[in-house]
Design a protein around this ligand. Structure first.
Ligand SMILES: O=C(O)c1cc(=O)[nH]c(=O)n1[C@@H]1O[C@H](COP(=O)(O)O)[C@@H](O)[C@H]1O
Length: 208
């Protein structure tokens, strides 16, 4: 059975993937909402449901293989690879210092297309780092599929680097769905919407 996006938003919240606390984000600023997809490894049915939704987004995107950005997106990439019978490659966080000394694991050839899977895009930096590694190895990367686009400028940064981002949720529609389901109150909705407006990347002030 396929969950609707509204159901999925509530299931993710109830599994603890949405943290409504003041948390430091990877790049620079604090955030009143943190989407922590790492919890889904403890909820296999939810992992399959999220993967199914991502698969719908990529069915018309040509790709020879997929690569998950380490580590949060790796389990999703594995499930999508199995469900769609499409090979996967894995990027290491650091180059192996012995034996093969590889940064990418798996089988690939120059000029093959690789679709990237990521959990969250805020500034776009993490996803771009993976894309740069893949491109250095001669792979063609034009699309990424992600779970949450935080609408803080990252998608535009990626677009400017030749990557089209397809997302399951934007932060605005995730928050609206959770508000509708009574999981987030009015004040928190306002706080999050203000944060989205105030904390934008890709602008001169926030370029690191
Ligand atoms: O730090 C973040 O911006 C972030 C926000 C959030 O809600 N959830 C979350 O997982 N992150 C982390 O931030 C990364 C994306 O941030 P950028 O590299 O700025 O796009 C993700 O891969 C996560 O490691």
């Amino acid at each position: 059975m396929t969950s609707t996006l509204q159901d999925l938003a509530v299931q993710l919240f109830d599994a603890g993937a949405v943290r409504l606390e003041d948390i430091e984000a990877k790049v620079g600023r604090r955030t009143p909402i943190y989407f922590d997809l790492r919890v889904i490894v403890s909820h296999p049915k939810l992992m399959v449901a999220v993967s199914h939704q991502l698969e719908k987004l990529i069915k018309d995107v040509h790709h020879d293989m997929i690569c998950g950005v380490p580590y949060a997106a790796l389990p999703l990439a594995v499930v999508i690879s199995i469900n769609t019978d499409r090979p996967m490659i894995m990027k290491r966080k650091e180059t192996k210092l012995y034996a093969t000394k590889k940064l990418l694991e798996g089988v690939y050839e120059k000029n093959q297309t690789c679709l990237v899977v990521e959990d969250v895009v805020t500034s776009g930096g993490s996803l771009l780092e993976t894309v740069e590694t893949l491109r250095k190895e001669g792979l063609i990367v034009t699309h990424a599929v992600i779970v949450l686009e935080r609408e803080q400028g990252g998608a535009s940064v990626l677009e400017a680097n030749g990557i089209t981002v397809k997302s399951l949720f934007t932060l605005t529609n995730l928050v609206r769905m959770l508000h509708k389901a009574g999981r987030i109150d009015n004040d928190t909705v306002e706080l999050i919407f203000d944060h989205i407006k105030e904390c934008q990347f890709g602008t001169k002030d926030n370029l690191e």
